[in-house]
Design a protein around this ligand. Structure first.
Ligand SMILES: [Mg+2]
Length: 409
């Protein structure tokens, strides 16, 4: 099998409401680029990456000369062909490599008529459990969906639990002052007795603020604090809190993983199939974590069904996946895969069992959301549509005002 073409299509798919985070917001939709890698036997493998819109498309298509004639089975060679560690210091192709790796695994699976999990050692579970990913939200276009007050947050969490069956809940913070988010987090715990909680302010707090937050929630059923402060050295100063620490920002490659083994800062590593350069590097990283008794979870950087499938195949094969995975998926109004959104049942999603990644594109939906992208274009992820001109510091002190019923400007 040889690669004969690579195509990229950017789509934008609406969210229920704009999702706020410490650096800005998802402005009511995700922008994702779908990658199609075609082989000489007529099969098409699917990949996905985030963010850049036209620049992502150009970067994907720019790999054509590297990929034409490449055997999709040659996955280790692929890494050195387009993202060798030294050249990658300059061209930063890890996320592109990931999208092509997804597509090659999809091609191999279709070619052999086996699901991707069988290429990765076989599945250990049929369903992957997910946490509810809770955001402070601006009102949507129809004026509904705001999450700003402790009461709104608790109601939103109860609603998601009713709809999808979640028993683990992660609050994305770093938006409002830490004392106010503490009040919100405690309201969440009060609304969801027996469930487990995570707090992730995206590294917006100082070590001292993170310490105070940790002390003030120590009595709650916390699974972990995720990136409460910035940096391996900042995180290490929080180890005596007695609450596990997780990261998707300071252990995102093997060099950092090795550093964290030699001089531990975090207890749980959130593996992201894009950030780490593919599903297979995540499986390798999970094995290192297993060896050194670090926890493993699955990170979400905002996905449509192709990327979600990579997360499900990863989650299916990891023996040490002892934490529910993260996904933004339940905030989406639709998907670009045939059959529409994959359903949650009892807080979990079934691992696709068809050949390859087990998901196929819905051409009508792809056309619809590619058209929507051409109409709306991209948005700056690191800006807040309710606060023109604003940008945060690290650690931050420019919090949003919880008394302000902000709307998109
Ligand atoms: Mg995070």
């Amino acid at each position: 099998m040889r690669i004969v073409d690579i195509r990229a299509t950017t789509v934008t798919v609406p969210l229920e409401a704009p999702l706020r985070h410490s650096n800005g917001a998802h402005w009511g939709r995700f922008v994702r680029t779908i990658v199609e890698v075609e082989a000489d036997n007529g099969l098409v493998g699917l990949g996905e990456l985030g963010g850049g819109g036209e620049s992502a498309e150009a970067a994907v298509v720019g790999l054509r000369e590297y990929l034409l004639g490449h055997d999709p089975f040659a996955l280790e060679a692929l890494r050195f062909a387009i993202a060798n560690p030294t050249a990658s210091l300059y061209n930063n192709r890890t996320q592109l490599l990931a999208a092509v790796e997804f597509a090659c695994l999809d091609l191999i699976g279709q070619h052999l008529n086996v699901p991707v999990y069988d290429l990765l050692g076989g599945k250990l579970r049929d369903r992957v459990p997910f946490a509810s990913y809770l955001f402070f939200r601006l009102p949507g276009a129809d004026g509904t969906g705001e999450v700003r007050t402790p009461e709104q947050l608790a109601e939103h969490a109860r609603d998601l639990k009713r709809q999808h069956g979640f028993t683990v809940h992660k609050l994305k913070g770093g938006v409002f002052p830490p004392e106010y988010e503490l009040e919100c987090y405690r309201a969440l715990a009060g609304a969801l007795p027996g469930d487990r909680l995570r707090y992730d302010p995206n590294a917006a707090l100082s070590v001292a603020q993170a310490w105070r937050f940790g002390k003030a929630v120590a009595d709650l059923p916390n699974e972990y604090l995720e990136d409460p402060t910035w940096g391996l050295n900042g995180m290490r100063q929080l180890r005596d809190l007695g609450i596990p620490l997780a990261t998707n920002t300071v252990v995102v490659n093997f060099e950092q993983l090795a550093t964290n083994v030699r001089d531990p800062s975090v207890d749980v590593v959130l593996l992201d199939t894009t950030f780490w350069g593919g599903i297979r590097p995540c499986v390798k990283a999970a094995a290192v974590c297993d060896t050194f008794q670090l926890g493993v979870a699955v990170h979400s950087s905002g996905e449509l069904g192709i990327q979600l499938a990579t997360m499900l195949h990863l989650g299916a094969v990891l023996p040490n996946l002892t934490y529910a995975a993260d996904a933004h998926y339940h905030h989406l109004r639709d998907d670009i895969i045939a059959g529409g959104k994959m359903p949650y049942v009892d807080g979990a999603i079934t691992v696709p069992s068809g050949p390859g990644l087990g998901v196929r594109l819905d051409p009508q939906r792809v056309a619809q959301y590619a058209e929507l992208y051409r109409e709306l274009r991209g948005y700056p992820y690191d800006r807040d549509p309710a606060r023109p001109g604003w940008y945060p510091l690290v650690p931050n002190d420019r919090w949003a005002d919880p008394a302000d019923p902000a709307v998109m400007a």
